[in-house]
Design a protein around this ligand. Structure first.
Ligand code: PTJ
Length: 244
């Protein structure tokens, strides 16, 4: 039990969620390394949501709302840290949740599905070996025909390496949340939210709720001038300033 008065309470709480995810066999051991890497970048962000992340959250909300077939990809880390928010987002858009993991394990896929269902998910898809996306060799190439395969927009928070690029080369738009603006995912995604998934997910949900009252044209107008590359540079500049 971590006392709420601890100065690092929030950070320790997140660590506990990842450790709990490993104990529950939802998260892979490698998830610990990914989390630690994220923590280091979060320090450079001042552990807060910055203006550049708020902007990409707004445009990501619009892209998800305007998508014909959106899908939400879930791995072992995301499932452990923000299960409630993933389920809420899936119901709001609406979009199916699809389990898609890098470190192959049928058992873990099923455990992630059950974990999400415990949080109220009604439509959790699993990868199906009969369907795969092109330009990818890893386990993450296997997809579900009702989810990522037919999706025009794929939300892949906390992603590893080359899949974003493969999804883009398969003609899809990709939205990601990544604390590391230098990662391959951040560099290749259509929209990257440089923020912690724990802070960005509630804000994304809140933003969608707020924007729902607007017409499609109005939404397109808000998103029109967004430049992902420029926004990404702002996040990097911010981190460099914090270092000096
Ligand atoms: O469950 P699996 O098998 O699919 O494995 C999932 C992990 C995350 C272990 C796997 O995808 C992986 O190894 O990822 P990487 O290559 O380490 O990339 C994870 C990225 O997420 C890194 O760029 C981290 O900086 C970033 N990251 C880590 N924690 C957070 C984060 N971004 C946002 N919020 C976080 N809490």
């Amino acid at each position: 039990m971590i006392p709420k008065s601890h100065p690092r309470y929030e950070s320790l709480r997140k660590r506990n969620l990842i450790v709990y995810g490993i104990k529950k066999e939802i998260t892979s051991m490698h998830g610990l390394i990914a989390h630690g890497r994220g923590e280091a970048f979060d320090y450079l962000l001042g552990e807060k949501t910055n203006e550049f992340a708020e902007k990409s959250i707004e445009v990501a909300s619009i892209m998800l709302m305007l998508a014909k077939h959106p899908a939400i990809s879930v791995n072992g880390n995301a499932a452990a840290i923000v299960p409630k928010e993933l389920v809420k987002l899936s119901k709001m858009i609406p979009a199916p949740l699809e389990v898609n993991i890098f470190h192959q394990s049928k058992k873990r896929e099923i455990k992630i599905k059950k974990h999400l269902e415990k949080y109220g998910a009604k439509n959790v898809l699993l990868p199906d070996k009969r369907y795969n996306i092109k330009f990818l060799e890893s386990n993450r190439k296997y997809v579900n025909k009702d989810g990522i395969l037919k999706a025009d927009v794929v939300f892949v928070p906390l992603e590893d390496g080359d899949r974003t690029e493969a999804l883009i080369n398969n003609g899809k738009k990709v939205i990601t949340i990544d604390l590391n603006p230098l990662s391959r995912t951040s560099q290749k995604a259509t929209i990257v939210i440089v923020d912690n998934i724990t802070r960005a997910m509630p804000l994304l949900i809140k933003k969608i709720k707020k924007l729902k009252k607007h017409s499609k044209n109005k939404l397109k107008g808000i998103a029109r001038n967004y430049n992902n590359k420029k926004n990404l540079k702002k996040s990097l500049r911010y981190m460099l300033q914090n270092l000096s």
